[in-house]
Design a protein around this ligand. Structure first.
Ligand code: GLC
Length: 469
């Protein structure tokens, strides 16, 4: 089977969050299963572009509103990622350093999608499936079916995977002329709540829709940032498929970034060595339990609660633990987390940045990972942490609920709580401290979680079954 993935992110080319990790891994595992999976994404000006070699494979042009855009498609030469990687360059709008956050993002991503569809419509041989990810690619199913210029693609089946339904790509109808001429009877397929809503359009037009965990799909029927009714209506074609993790990239037994590689036999000593190196770097105490948070510093991840949770825990539990935070996001959360440093020197440190290497070192060196997310469609960090023997402390929501079981329950191995409140989180940290005191039990749990199979092998097959259906 031949599959084209279309996405705004793909690790290691460009990544802002879990979407990048998934699109960087799933196609590789589909290829390993004997299929042909390729990735198409925008050509931002990231390091990857300058450090690798490419061939130009296509040049074209299209009109959008009052503009005429030339586009170029280049292909990475060596297939080093385990799949064919195509980058779409559009002069003036995609040739920027960052992925998102520009005023003209609607224009940028609509243009990207037109270029992809325009290019595909000129192929002699078409793929079996076009698999689009999130709202930045979710207009493609509409374009392939209802835009006059791309009718030759209308028979190809499309799948939309929703990694996060909070972001929908809303555009006012004044931007309708961004989209190539379409059958006016089909305007409803673009709309939700009087706006052009790319994510809603994808849900309506794709043959199948998937979310990145079964639990999240259930939640979306009640809480989907305005799309609840649509999910309810379309639920017959919606499926929840849990993400996997790329066990080639996330492997404590062979990790280029960490001080000491380790496995289920020698983790007791080796994890401690990694912890020492990490603690020395940030003036923390390696003899105390180390709790980390890694992620975007935004409300969705409940990062706004971290300053309170950290202060309360350190005061009430008399500084029995250390905290280390890595991430970036809302400026006011960043500020508060920076500010705390001077209050809790020796107990707490924060790194306000995105840092892939440090994140590996943190999973390897930490005792616990905290994920208090208000919304978590799947969550990959808890799975990375477990593979590195770091015990997850998670809120029972979405994919976190699907992947972590409380150690108080039969066969359980993590710490779970119900509400994203300072009280609930601090109580869970208290439970973590108690668990940490029981050294043998902690070691058993670490060994158990290191062996949980969250690899892509399983989920990649489920996607293939979905394509077949
Ligand atoms: C988004 C979600 C996260 C999920 C990831 C990959 O970043 O917020 O929960 O794991 O996409 O699907």
């Amino acid at each position: 089977m031949e599959i084209i993935h279309v996405s705004a992110e793909c690790y290691p080319v460009a990544k802002a969050g879990g979407l990048g990790d998934v699109v960087g891994a799933l196609p590789k595992y589909q290829n390993k299963l004997g299929h042909i999976a390729k990735v198409v994404m925008p050509m931002y000006r990231t390091k990857f572009l300058y450090e690798n070699s490419f061939d130009v494979v296509h040049k074209g042009a299209f009109g959008l509103a009052h503009y005429w855009f030339d586009y170029t498609i280049i292909k990475e030469r060596t297939n080093k990622l385990g799949f064919d990687l195509y980058l779409v360059d559009i002069y003036g709008i995609l040739d920027r350093e960052r992925i998102y956050g520009y005023d003209d993002d609607s224009l940028r991503f609509t243009a990207f999608q037109i270029a992809v569809v325009d290019w595909m419509s000129q192929w002699n041989h078409h793929p079996d499936i076009v698999h689009v990810h999130d709202h930045q690619a979710a207009l493609i199913p509409f374009m392939m079916q209802y835009c006059y210029a791309y009718q030759n693609l209308s028979y190809i089946k499309t799948i939309l995977t929703i990694h996060n339904a909070e972001y929908q790509g809303w555009m006012g109808w004044e931007k309708a002329n961004y989209i190539p001429h379409w059958d006016p009877w089909k305007s409803g397929m673009l709309e939700w709540d009087n706006d052009i809503n790319p994510l809603a359009s994808g849900i309506k037009c794709a043959a199948k829709v998937s979310t990145v965990s079964p639990g999240y799909l259930q939640e979306l029927m009640h809480n989907a940032n305005g799309l609840e009714m649509l999910f309810e209506y379309e639920r017959g074609k919606c499926f929840g498929i849990l993400n996997g993790i790329d066990t080639d990239v996330w492997n404590p037994a062979d990790d280029f970034f960490i001080q000491e590689d380790y496995n289920t036999e020698n983790f007791k000593q080796k994890k401690q060595i990694n912890k020492k190196v990490l603690c020395d770097q940030f003036n923390l105490d390696e003899t105390k339990p180390l709790i980390i948070f890694i992620g975007r510093l935004v409300g969705e991840k409940a990062a706004d609660l971290l300053p309170y949770v950290i202060s309360d825990s350190i005061y009430h539990m008399e500084g029995k633990m250390n905290f280390l935070i890595l991430g970036s996001g809302e400026w006011w959360i960043e500020d508060q987390l920076q500010h705390l440093r001077s209050h809790f020197t020796g107990y707490y440190h924060s790194q306000i940045q995105y840092n892939e290497k440090l994140s590996h070192q943190m999973y390897a060196g930490a005792d616990f990972l905290l994920m208090p997310s208000r919304v978590e469609p799947c969550g990959l960090n808890q799975m990375y942490a477990m593979r590195y023997g770091t015990i997850p402390i998670v809120r029972r929501t979405g994919g976190l609920n699907d992947t972590v079981k409380d150690f108080g329950d039969e066969g359980g191995y993590g710490i779970c709580f119900n509400d994203a409140t300072v009280g609930d989180i601090t109580h869970s940290i208290y439970r973590a401290m108690q668990l940490y005191e029981q050294r043998e039990r902690t070691h058993e749990i670490r060994k158990q979680i290191m062996q949980i199979d969250n690899s892509w092998e399983r989920s990649a097959k489920i996607y293939i079954n979905l394509y077949n259906s």
